[in-house]
Design a protein around this ligand. Structure first.
Ligand SMILES: Cc1cc2nc3c(=O)[nH]c(=O)nc-3n(C[C@H](O)[C@H](O)[C@H](O)COP(=O)(O)OP(=O)(O)OC[C@H]3O[C@@H](n4cnc5c(N)ncnc54)[C@H](O)[C@@H]3O)c2cc1C
Length: 468
């Protein structure tokens, strides 16, 4: 049985940040993920905003980890060689709600958010020409940013692997036994051993806690549905536009993605864990509410509907150490969990070191970023094609992704095996036709790479075969 110092359960953004933080400190570490790829839970379907930190109530874990996470993100993205759009964020409202905006501003000051200012109508409508006519004022927070949440998570895991960590996919933890000083962690017939266990299992947090007799955390699940607009709508808004938040949440927003699409959403609908369906009611709600902040978007350009599930525990995150054990757990990591994750990992690793976890001198290895041929100059592309003609063969016409880029993804450190895993790395099937043209080609490339029949290639995990 393979033995590690630390086993991380769950390959969402929290587990990925833990994995990167530990491996960079020379700790031997395994990340166990139930799905066929990391970033398959809440982390793949959210707004991708690195929140500035004016929203959480002061002196909560949410406020503390949001502010610190926001500070950590720019350097983390530079280290991972991934993009971050430092566009700031705007909360907008009308004159009648000026007091509400002031309260948010004061809360931001109390939390330590830097550089915020209240912006008046003329400047606001110049910054964002597609704001609704009734919008008079806005709270601008320049430290807000937009990232690709799934690519960030994947890059962190890849970094962990090139720095000596191990990722085991399709490893759904179903039993944990204490044996001597170590935990034996099982997934059906497979197992690993580790001195420390950290539960980052998102919706699965209570199921994992139950395996070690840790407390059950009261959790509720709230679905957030989105509409994604084609890249032709790029520029409709230049930064995330929030309505004034209410007790029910941050409201329906319009925002640019890192890749030039526009996203509208999310709704906030109580649901079962893992319910990522989108229905007509949700779509109607997005349309009605987004137009309170911005002019009517071009709904004919919607190319995709999707939803993510927030896992909520009361008013704050749960980040705990089970007393007199080497077991740590997170639960209820809802928004701003994506922002907070690097700070949660920084805190937890410190706590583990205080608990006796030993680190070792380590020479950091940088992860190799994915080539994006679209970003190369003609000269650079020509040179690349000369070295490897696969970069001259277009597979996905909408996103202009070449065979070379897809082969890079297939050869990357986590060895992605299904279509969505390739999509999250280098974007084929992400464009306007949503795979109508390139899906068969992507299936062929995966089948050839792994030497399997095309009928065995899955969309997203076992049982999702595409070809009959
Ligand atoms: C609609 C929506 C919008 C949001 N917008 C933002 C935003 O703009 N900014 C922001 O900061 N935050 C945002 N969030 C919050 C953010 O997405 C979450 O806080 C974050 O993704 C939680 O990460 P996680 O690692 O805790 O959980 P997850 O990403 O869910 O990861 C948990 C992982 O554990 C795995 N797992 C579960 N059980 C087991 C098991 N038994 N064995 C092995 N693995 C297991 C799962 O497969 C999963 O991959 C949003 C959330 C939603 C839903």
């Amino acid at each position: 049985m393979e033995e590690f110092q630390v086993a991380i359960i769950g390959g969402g953004i929290v587990g990925a940040c833990m994995f990167s933080e530990l491996t960079r400190k020379g700790v031997s570490c395994v990340l166990l993920e139930a799905a066929s790829d990391v970033s398959n839970g809440s982390t793949k379907a959210n707004s991708g905003i690195v929140h500035a930190g004016y929203d959480p109530v002061p002196n909560t874990l949410k406020a503390r980890f949001n502010i610190r996470g926001n500070q950590l993100y720019p350097a983390m993205c530079a280290r991972l060689k991934i993009d971050i759009l430092q566009c700031g964020t705007l909360v907008v409202t009308d004159e009648a709600n000026r007091e509400g905006l002031n309260i948010l501003y004061e809360r931001g000051l109390a939390n330590g958010v830097q550089g915020m200012r209240i912006i008046e109508r003329d400047e606001l409508h110049t910054m964002e020409p597609n704001l609704a006519d009734n919008i008079d004022i806005g709270l601008y927070a320049p430290t807000g940013a937009v990232i690709s949440p799934y690519l960030t998570c994947i890059a962190l895991c890849e970094e962990g692997v090139v720095n000596g960590g191990k990722v085991l996919l399709n490893f759904k933890v179903d039993k944990i036994e204490q044996q001597g000083d170590n935990y034996q962690i099982f997934a059906q017939d497979k197992s690993v051993s580790a001195k420390y266990v950290i539960n980052c299992a998102g919706v699965g947090a209570n199921a994992i806690n139950a395996l070690v007799n840790a407390p059950q955390v009261p959790l509720k699940y709230v679905k957030g549905e989105y509409l994604l607009l084609d890249k032709s709508q790029n520029g409709f808004v230049n930064r995330p536009i929030f309505p004034l938040p209410t007790k029910a949440g941050k409201g329906i927003l319009a925002l640019p993605t890192l890749h030039g699409n526009i996203m509208l959403g999310p709704t906030a609908i109580p649901c079962e864990a893992n319910d990522t369906t989108v229905d007509a009611e949700g779509i109607a709600q997005i349309k009605q509410k987004v137009e309170l902040s911005v002019k009517k978007p071009n709904y004919k350009k919607v190319i995709k509907l999707f939803a993510g599930v927030r896992v909520i525990s009361g008013d704050d995150f749960v980040v705990e150490h089970l007393p007199n054990t080497h077991y740590f757990y997170t639960a209820g990591i809802c928004s701003p969990g994506l922002t907070a994750a690097p700070a949660i990992a920084e805190y937890l690793v410190d706590e583990m070191i205080k608990d006796g976890l030993t680190t070792a001198p380590h020479t950091f290895v940088s992860r190799k970023p994915y080539i994006s041929t679209e970003k190369l100059s003609k000269k650079e592309l020509k040179e690349l094609i000369k070295q490897n003609p696969a970069y001259g063969k277009i597979v996905c016409r909408c996103e202009r992704i070449t065979e070379g880029e897809i082969l890079d993804a297939l050869n990357s450190p986590l060895h992605p095996t299904d279509v969505d895993a390739i999509k999250r790395r280098v974007r084929p099937t992400m464009g306007r036709c949503q795979g109508g043209f390139c899906l068969p080609k992507v299936i062929k490339l995966i089948a050839k790479h792994y030497g399997i029949a095309e009928e065995r290639v899955c969309l997203n995990g076992q049982g999702s075969e595409i070809v009959k």
